[in-house]
Structure formats: structure tokens, C-alpha cells
Design a protein around this ligand. Structure first.
Ligand code: ADP
Ligand code: MG
Length: 541
């Protein structure tokens, strides 16, 4: 009819659709997980918005219904969530809003065929995964608080249509017209198995219709409220994948309950892989805050930015259900929870650091993020310092500050570090000559953040941390090794050099820290070190 509007997909959508449909063929049952997760999110969002707008209040017992119809060859997923208006349908189902999804599409397209499966493993693929099993998808949705409903429909090629529709209540129906080779997903038993496997942790009741009856398909209890002994590894892992939008297995699972001064349950995860969406992007922690099981927000900053790689849920009894955003900012309860949760994560890391091989996996993924804490969090600086690991001029593999201190030479006054872009190049730097000659170990720092934090860690076990490029490093008190330089009187030469270099340097002086090289650039004792100066220059400062 003339009320039907035809829209082109955003350019990236077409490409993503193609990739998802073809590359994910062997794992296509995950379409159900994606659609169920979206429906559960929509119910959470409605519940949250209803706190400030009672007109949006959910119906009692908001079920998430799955309705297979063998005769019509359709599968319907129906929710009473927040729903989508016309503009929402265009924005959310017609374009790719999430930058991560776009990055996924790009890297998937560029990856060699053999790498595609593992790449796919790193992403949730969202709504478009419906086209793996359906050759036509119809979405009828009515935004909570509005009267009108809209029908979005597409065959997953270049375009979709929008038309006015009817829906008695707010919420969304997704109707999949199944492909000929996807009829297995019309079997109630098969659907129940998939739900149990992928979505058992979803805290809203999910039902699958069989012979006209809605049969429960999940437990519908919040995983984090259960006793540890009642949760399997696989259930934890599946929940982690859900909250973190990940596909790997967590490196650490922390599940505990605090009672007394504070009353909360927490279930947190440290990922086993570095997420594709670089940890450098967003800085805020996205740990989800629930109040008495009800999802409130993932923007409560429950962990400091330098622990933002941790995912999971904190569910507290100490806030009222109708907590507002303003209240979240002001309440001392959150600050106390944050402190407790941060402390617990740190002690877990400390315990796991006792197994160096295992800890190295974590460190290589998230070490650079953790170092930001040394820079910006004075309160936790000491706790973080013991978790740091380094490459070193003296030993293979990773080493800690404590190990370094235990190897310090007699008369050595400081912990020496050298930072630059690349650990291998650093190991060959002339800046190390004098240190090598005296067998003084130097830590080699090659992460970006390394230009910034050593200044802030003024000491470790009473030893100052010094950049070898900074000022007059004095190794004369260190016993042994060949005595380097400084024997000849070079006063006249120094004066000549100073004259020749003029304003390009602030000082020219003799040093005891070179053996084979004639000159080396040094930074002033109290200014930024050389790597820092390089970074500032690159940034145009
Ligand atoms: P993601 O869930 O990661 O945002 P999806 O592709 O799965 O990505 O979904 C895209 C968007 O479409 C969602 O963020 C949401 O805004 C909207 N959406 C999808 N399904 C529903 C639904 N059942 N109810 C309301 N909104 C939905
Ligand atoms: Mg989704």
C-alpha cells in the first residue's frame, strides 16, 4: 500500500549482513541468543525508565515468549520491553550504531579465511544474525508510552520497509520466516536446548510454546544471587559472555557476597582475551549496577578506570529501588561499594600473581591499563606497584619490582628504568652501557603509558625509581665492574661542545655511564624523561 516506506540500509549493514549470513553458518543457533538478549535488555530498559515515568510500568510477570509455528514456518520472539518507535527502528535496525560491530565487519572482511572463525568468536553479532536462519524478518514494535506501532520488514538484502501497524501493548514481536534448511529451529525441544545452553542466566522467565502451551525454558533466577556451589563453570562462562559481549572464557571469576556494613552480591570477570575493541577507547568501567536484582545502570563507575577491563554485576540491597541518577552521584553507598569491590579485585590479582605463567596471560592483556592506576590513583598506587611486571636488561621473561629489588647491587641507590617504543631496541640502547658495565639491572618500558607513571611512583620498598636518561645517574657507589670514563680532564672539550650546541642543550657534562659510546642524550634530573619529551613533541607540545 502507499503507506509502506522503502529505506536503503546504511552501507555497512549490507556488508555485515553478508558476512554474518555466510561466515557464521556453522554456529547459526546463536541467532536465538542474540534475539533473546535484545528482548531481555528491552525489558530491563523499560523497568528502569518506569522508575521515573510510572506510565511505562511493566505488566506483571513480563515473560519473554518464543512461539514456533510449523505450519506457517515462522518463529516469533515476543517481549513486553521498551519497544521501538519509527525513528528507533530506522536508527537501530537500519544502520550500525555500534562502532565495535563496524570494526568487526571490517576485520572480518579483511581476515584470511582461516582466521575468520576465531575472529567471529570475539563478537556478538546482534539483530542481523536473524538472517542466518530467516529469509524474511518482520519486527512489529510499539514504544512504551506511545499509541502507535510500526512494522519493519526486510529480506536482508539492500533495503527494508516501514509501515504503520497494530499492537495491543507496548513491546516487540520479531517474526522470522524460516529458511528451508532452518526448520530444526521450529522444534520446541531444540529451542529449549538452545535457551538452556545460551540464555539460562537471563533473569526474566523465558517460555517456549508447545502444543499451544507456554513451557518454561530457563530458571529465570539471577546467577549472582545463587550459592557458588550451585553454579557450574560453564554457567559462569556463559554469563560472562553475555555481560561482556565476549566469546572467550574468563581468566578470573570472582563471585562473592558482602554482608554487614554493606550488603551486596558481586559477580565479576577478568577476560581471558584482550577485547577487540581496544582497551584504549572508553575509560569508564561498565560493571552493571543492580538494586535488588533490578538492573539500574552500567554507568555507575563501580570500578576505577584502570580496572575497566573487569566485567560483571554488582547487586545491592543498600539503595532504594527508585534510585535516581542524581542520587547515584551523591550517595556514599556507591563510594563504599566501589572501595570494597576495587579491594577485592586487587587482592584476587595479587593472589593470582603467585603463578607467574598464568599471571603473564593477564598481564599481557591488561598490564598497560593497570599502569594507569599508578599514574592517577594515589590511594591504590602501592597495591598496584606489586602487580607490575617488566622486561629487564638482566633477566628473561617478566619480572616484578620486588624481584628487581632483591637483585639490586650493593651501593645501588635506585630502581632504574628506560622507556621507549620497543623493548628490543631498548635492550640495545647506549643509555645502558654504564649500567651493563656495572651489572646494574635496568627495567625496559615500552608501553605508551610508561612515559607517564614512573614519575608518580616515587619509591618502591624505599628505593626511588629513576629513568636512566634523567640527570646525573651516579653509579660510582656500586661495587665491581669496570670503572667507566671520567679519568681524563675534559673541561676544555665540554666548553667547546657547549658553545657549539648553544640553545639546543641546557648542559654538557662528563658522565660515568658510558663505556663504548662517546656521547649520550640525557634529560634534566627533575624534568620529563627523554621518552616523555618525545611523546610531547609528537603531540605538538
Ligand atoms: P546491541 O544489542 O548490541 O545493541 P543488536 O544488533 O543486537 O545490537 O541490536 C541493535 C539495537 O536494536 C539494540 O541496541 C536496541 O536498541 C534495538 N533492539 C533490538 N531488539 C530489540 C527489542 N526486542 N526491543 C527493543 N529494542 C530492540
Ligand atoms: Mg543485541
Amino acid at each position: 500500500s502507499e503507506t509502506v516506506e522503502r529505506h536503503e540500509f546504511g552501507a555497512e549493514v549490507g556488508r555485515l549482513l553478508d558476512l554474518v549470513v555466510h561466515a557464521l553458518y556453522s554456529e547459526r543457533e546463536i541467532f536465538l541468543r542474540e534475539l533473546v538478549a535484545n528482548a531481555a535488555d528491552a525489558v530491563d530498559r523499560r523497568r528502569f525508565e518506569a522508575l521515573t515515568d510510572p506510565a511505562l510500568t511493566l505488566p506483571e510477570a513480563p515473560k519473554l515468549r518464543i512461539l514456533p509455528d510449523k505450519e506457517a514456518r515462522t518463529l516469533t520472539i515476543s517481549d513486553a520491553g521498551i519497544g521501538m518507535g519509527k525513528a528507533d527502528l530506522v536508527e537501530h535496525l537500519g544502520t550500525i550504531a555500534r562502532s565495535g560491530t563496524l570494526a568487526f565487519a571490517k576485520s572480518l572482511a579483511e581476515a584470511p579465511a582461516a582466521d575468520k572463525p576465531s575472529l567471529i568468536g570475539q563478537f556478538g553479532v546482534g539483530f542481523y544474525s536473524a538472517f542466518m536462519v530467516a529469509d524474511r524478518v518482520e519486527v512489529t514494535s510499539r514504544r512504551a508510552g506511545t499509541e502507535e506501532a510500526w512494522l519493519w520488514a526486510s529480506e536482508g538484502r539492500g533495503d527494508y520497509t516501514l509501515a504503520p501497524a497494530e499492537r495491543a501493548e507496548a513491546g516487540t514481536d520479531i517474526v522470522l520466516h524460516m529458511k528451508g534448511d532452518a526448520e530444526e529451529f521450529l522444534e520446541p525441544f531444540r529451542l529449549q536446548t538452545i535457551i538452556r545452553k545460551w540464555a539460562d542466566h537471563i533473569a526474566i522467565p523465558i517460555t517456549v510454546a508447545r502444543d499451544g502451551q507456554d513451557e518454561p525454558a530457563n530458571e529465570g533466577t539471577a546467577l549472582w544471587r545463587k550459592a557458588k556451589s550451585d553454579v557450574t563453570e560453564e554457567q559462569y562462562a556463559e554469563f560472562y559472555r553475555h555481560v561482556a559481549h565476549a566469546f572467550d572464557t574468563p581468566w578470573a571469576t570472582l563471585h562473592w557476597r558482602a554482608e554487614g556494613m554493606l550488603d551486596f552480591a558481586a559477580l565479576l570477570f577478568v577476560p581471558g582475551m584482550k577485547p577487540f575493541q581496544a582497551v584504549e577507547g572508553e575509560r569508564e568501567s561498565r560493571v552493571r549496577l543492580h538494586v535488588r536484582r533490578m538492573f539500574i545502570t552500567e554507568e555507575a563507575g563501580l570500578l576505577p578506570p584502570w580496572l575497566r577491563f573487569v566485567h560483571g554485576v554488582v547487586d545491592t540491597e543498600d539503595l532504594p529501588l527508585n534510585v535516581s541518577r542524581e542520587m547515584l552521584q551523591a550517595t556514599p553507598v556507591l563510594a563504599r561499594i566501589r572501595k570494597a569491590v576495587t579491594g577485592r579485585v586487587l587482592s584476587e590479582l595479587k593472589a593470582r600473581a603467585k603463578e607467574p605463567e598464568d599471571y603473564a596471560k593477564f598481564w599481557e592483556n591488561f598490564g598497560p591499563v593497570l599502569k594507569e592506576g599508578i599514574f592517577e590513583d594515589a590511594e591504590h598506587r602501592k597495591d598496584i606497584a606489586v602487580l607490575l611486571r617488566f622486561r629487564s636488561s638482566a633477566v628473561e621473561g617478566w619480572t616484578s619490582l620486588a624481584d628487581y629489588v632483591s637483585r639490586m647491587k650493593e651501593g645501588q641507590e635506585a630502581i632504574y628504568v628506560l622507556s621507549g617504543d620497543d623493548a628490543a631496541a631498548l635492550a640495545a640502547s647506549p643509555q645502558l652501557e654504564g649500567f651493563r658495565a656495572k651489572s646494574v639491572e635496568v627495567l625496559l618500558l615500552s608501553d605508551h603509558i610508561d612515559a607517564f607513571w614512573p614519575d608518580r611512583l616515587t619509591e618502591f620498598e624505599g628505593k626511588p625509581v629513576r629513568s636512566v636518561t634523567q640527570g646525573t645517574v651516579d653509579l660510582s657507589k656500586v661495587a665491581g665492574g669496570e670503572a667507566a670514563g671520567e679519568a681524563a680532564d675534559v673541561t676544555a672539550l665540554l666548553a667547546l661542545l657547549k658553545e657549539a650546541l648553544k640553545d639546543q642543550v641546557s648542559e654538557v657534562r662528563a658522565t660515568g655511564r658510558l663505556v663504548d659510546s662517546a656521547v649520550v642524550l640525557a634529560a634534566p634530573q627533575y624534568g620529563p624523561d627523554l621518552q616523555m619529551q618525545r611523546l610531547l613533541r609528537r603531540a605538538g607540545r
